[in-house]
Design a protein around this ligand. Structure first.
Ligand SMILES: O=C(O)Cc1cc(O)ccc1O
Ligand SMILES: [Fe+2]
Length: 441
């Protein structure tokens, strides 16, 4: 009988209704809640949407476990995770408004877990009204061995950039490396361990409605993120009777409880509320095949709606490898100001609008209505380049784009990796206007 989760195995399909059992016959058939469950398990429902949510958005799973969650979680004491901040979070730094960019933080040498190594860069919205999000960075050098966590405040979209994470959840084991994302729904217990050396990356904590696949509209039934490329773990459990700690994040506070066993004791489960992983390199981009630069919404991998049509609580957008073929066009992003707030990171390679200064593991923040666009070098190169088809290779940037203004934490404002001269990247954009000369030079 497996006592610990060893190697991951997955099922396919975003939001499907799955059933999986780690022991034969562990999953009750034909009903959810038999008088007595197989193997002496307890039945427990985990609801990710209100019971009465419309069928298409109704999300819940049934878990068959050694002990109900009430035996894992309760009798808390408060703990402090001082770098993990939650909206609404009052501004406690002196940094004025501006376009911001940070170099990557060095990988730490001290012992940090995914939890203790997580630091908040921005927050927005309000966790109490289940709106908004937080953008975090994490650096983990140590596994969460007998430490478990769940987040009542939102789901976690984890974006590894260096090293990978092995994430043991109640639903089974997920491994995610650079180029993958992992999505851990609100309320799902897990522990994370770095694999391949220390792991560094980004996290979007989504306080709002769960991430879902965007509509494809006239694109049709295929391309962008295809549902079958989302991988959902098969059931796997720990049967471990050792002292363990569970930390719960609840409305911005951290609460801990001690137990004498592992909470990852789910032997079988069925339902459509489950963690998953996705390889961003399986995203099939659709773009401009004749001229002009489309809005980046064509690269939306997942969207968390806000309730107002087309106005996301947060979109997760990527800028993957792709061909640039547009004729008589300025191919990089245009200069723009946006009502939405854009937090960006780089997983590998270079970003075409900022070939220098935006490094893997680094970040930028272009907040609500703050102008930005290609740096001087990128503008000049793209304005004069021969417009042959060009493949952008070795590049994977992403954006957490939210309808809410993003407020900087003190940690982010005072980070020594903040680039004080970032706005200078546009200072070479000179006036070329000449009323006597219509033809561009
Ligand atoms: O600002 C950015 O670099 C992100 C971005 C990319 C793009 O192609 C169009 C708009 C946009 O905000
Ligand atoms: Fe932008």
């Amino acid at each position: 009988m497996p006592e610990a989760m060893k190697s991951p195995a997955y099922m396919s399909g975003f939001g499907n209704d799955f059933e999986t059992e780690a022991l034969p016959g562990a999953l009750p058939q034909g009903q959810n809640s038999p008088q007595r469950c197989p193997y002496g398990l307890y039945a427990e429902q985990l609801s990710g949407s209100p019971f009465t949510a419309p069928r298409g958005q109704n999300e819940r799973s049934w878990l068959y476990r050694m002990r109900p969650s009430v035996r894992h979680v309760g009798r808390f004491h408060k703990i402090d995770l001082p770098y993990w901040k939650t909206a609404p979070h009052h501004v406690d730094h002196a940094l004025p408004l501006g376009q911001l960019r940070w170099n990557p933080s060095p990988i730490p040498t001290e012992a940090l877990t995914f939890l203790t190594g997580l630091k908040t860069m921005t927050t927005c919205g309000d966790v109490n009204t289940q709106t908004g999000m937080a953008a975090h960075v994490y650096a983990a050098t140590q596994p969460m061995t007998d430490e478990y966590f769940y987040n009542a405040d939102g789901e976690l979209l984890i974006v590894p950039e260096t090293g990978g994470l092995s994430i043991a959840t109640e639903f089974g084991l997920i491994e995610a490396g650079p180029g993958d994302i992992a999505l851990i729904p609100r309320g799902v217990k897990f522990k994370a361990a770095p694999v391949d050396g220390p792991s560094r990356g980004y996290v979007c904590e989504n306080y709002g409605a769960k991430f879902r696949l965007p509509e494809r509209g006239p694109i049709g039934a295929n391309c962008l993120a295809n549902p079958r490329d989302f991988k959902i773990p098969v059931a796997a459990y720990e049967d471990k009777e050792t002292p363990c700690r569970i930390t719960v994040k609840w409305c911005g506070g951290f609460h801990q409880t001690q137990i004498d066993h592992s909470p990852l004791d789910v032997v079988a489960w069925h339902g459509n509320y489950a963690p998953c992983k996705y390889d961003l390199r399986t995203f099939s981009p659709v773009g401009a095949i004749l001229f002009d630069h489309p809005d980046p919404s064509i690269f939306t991998v997942l969207t968390a709606p806000s309730g107002e049509a087309g106005t996301a609580n947060v979109d997760f957008v990527i800028f993957p490898e792709r061909w640039l073929v547009a004729e008589h066009s300025f191919r990089p992003p245009w200069y723009h100001m946006n009502i939405m707030s854009e937090f960006m990171g780089l997983i590998y390679g270079r970003y075409d609008a900022k070939a220098e200064g935006f490094a893997p593991g680094g970040m930028s923040l272009h907040n609500c209505m703050l102008p930005h666009g290609p740096d001087t070098q990128a503008f000049e190169a793209a304005s004069t380049a021969a417009l042959a088809p060009v493949k952008l290779t070795n590049t994977l940037a992403f954006m957490f784009e939210t309808r809410f203004p993003q407020h900087l934490t003190r940690y982010a404002a005072e980070l020594e990796t903040l680039q004080p001269d970032y706005p200078d990247c546009w200072s070479g954009l000179e006036k070329h206007f000449d009323p006597a000369k219509r033809e561009p030079t």
